[in-house]
Design a protein around this ligand. Structure first.
Ligand SMILES: NC(=O)c1ccc[n+]([C@@H]2O[C@H](COP(=O)([O-])OP(=O)(O)OC[C@H]3O[C@@H](n4cnc5c(N)ncnc54)[C@H](OP(=O)(O)O)[C@@H]3O)[C@@H](O)[C@H]2O)c1
Length: 326
């Protein structure tokens, strides 16, 4: 029986994807790092192979029985991370996997990009054709990886790209930075609160990824995969407060003084070699619109997000509570 390779299987999205593929009766192989925690994957029957995806030989040696790939692994943005490592993971490893896939003449290569390749969205909602404007080396290397994949697809490798948007749900901890202050009643909105924000509940994203991986209509295409609704940041924090049964946050401070403070803080911390508590990208979250048009995925793939923001936030809050995180 042919096998499906998932990279990034030990992460949030890759882990959910593996669970779904196993449930669908597929045989799943994960390329993992020696340092990765693979227990949950092994428990559900995923075959974990220690493969350094940055090494072409290691990738090739483990590709014989693979006929579909979901390439989810990525070096994530982390302030002050090694720029070269972003390139090695997000570009070089992508090339190694594409090359091995081409050689093995596989049935489908699904490449995970990010809407971050489009940077600031000046005319929301943005569709797949909206211009590129990556804003940091994570986004730059994700764009390079996406364009590389599209180049292979245009030359005959069967594949498609998806770009997720603000993934959340049980298992993710990135949105704790919104849930925690809302729960404690210490949340302060920086700026007007009218900036647009778009979230994607993990189960909806997984449905979308599987559609990209299995529908002929996806071949050679790029899809933005996001939730069914976007809101203002003000509406989002109120919805989080509702999920936590807490009052709606009321405090606001103007954007620009905080933004300037973040620049100073970032520079001082860089000079001292310490992780900044406040940095421009964190503050820009309150200023830059992020809203996306998912009509292409709906039209070509029948993608239809099922989990409302209200339901998704409730499930996430419940999980945070069960883990003692809030
Ligand atoms: N989360 C979002 O809101 C969002 C939005 C847009 C796009 N995306 C994209 O979605 C994908 C998944 O995101 P996520 O949030 O689920 O990520 P995540 O939980 O941080 O997982 C990242 C995965 O990549 C693996 N990885 C990192 N460096 C690696 C390396 N050098 N070699 C092999 N594997 C490596 C990690 O393995 P270890 O377990 O060994 O660390 C982990 O399995 C990424 O491609 C990301 O760019 C995410």
């Amino acid at each position: 029986m042919s096998k499906i390779l998932v990279t990034g299987a030990t992460g949030f999205t890759g882990g959910y994807l593996c669970k779904r593929l196993v449930k669908d009766g597929e045989q799943v192989v994960a390329f993992v790092r020696a340092s990765s925690n693979t227990k949950q994957l092994e428990d559900i029957g995923v075959e974990c192979r220690v493969v350094d995806i940055r090494d072409p030989e290691s990738v090739n040696d483990n590709f014989n029985d693979i006929d579909r790939v979901y390439h989810i692994a990525a070096a994530w943005r982390s302030e002050h991370a090694d720029r070269n490592e972003f390139h090695r993971v997000n570009v070089d490893a992508t090339r190694n996997l594409l090359e091995a896939a081409k050689r093995a003449d596989i049935k489908m290569f699904v490449h995970c990009s990010t809407v971050g390749v489009q940077g600031d969205i000046n005319e929301p909602p943005a569709d797949e054709e909206y211009r590129f404007q990556p804003g940091d080396h994570y986004q730059e290397t994700k764009l390079e990886g996406e364009l590389l994949a599209r180049d292979y697809f245009s030359k005959g490798l069967r594949g498609a790209v998806f770009r997720p948007v603000g993934i959340y749900g049980p298992g993710d901890t990135r949105f704790l930075k919104l849930f925690r202050p809302v729960k404690k009643g210490t949340f302060v909105m920086i700026g007007s609160g009218k900036t647009l924000y778009h979230m994607t509940y993990i189960d909806d994203l997984i449905d979308g990824i599987v559609l990209v991986g299995t529908r002929e209509e996806a071949l050679g295409e790029v899809f933005t995969l996001a939730g069914g609704e976007y809101t203002t940041l003000g509406e989002l924090v109120n919805a989080i407060a509702d999920a936590l049964k807490k009052p709606h946050p009321k405090w606001r401070i103007p954007f620009y003084p905080v933004f300037l403070a973040s620049i100073v803080c970032d520079r001082v911390c860089r000079a001292l070699g310490i992780e900044p508590v406040l940095y421009p990208r964190r503050v820009e979250f309150f200023y830059k619109d992020r809203a996306f048009d998912i009509s292409k995925a709906k039209r070509l793939l029948g993608y239809q997000p099922k989990v409302s923001l209200e339901q998704g936030l409730q499930k996430t809050a419940k999980w945070y509570k069960s883990q003692g995180l809030i």
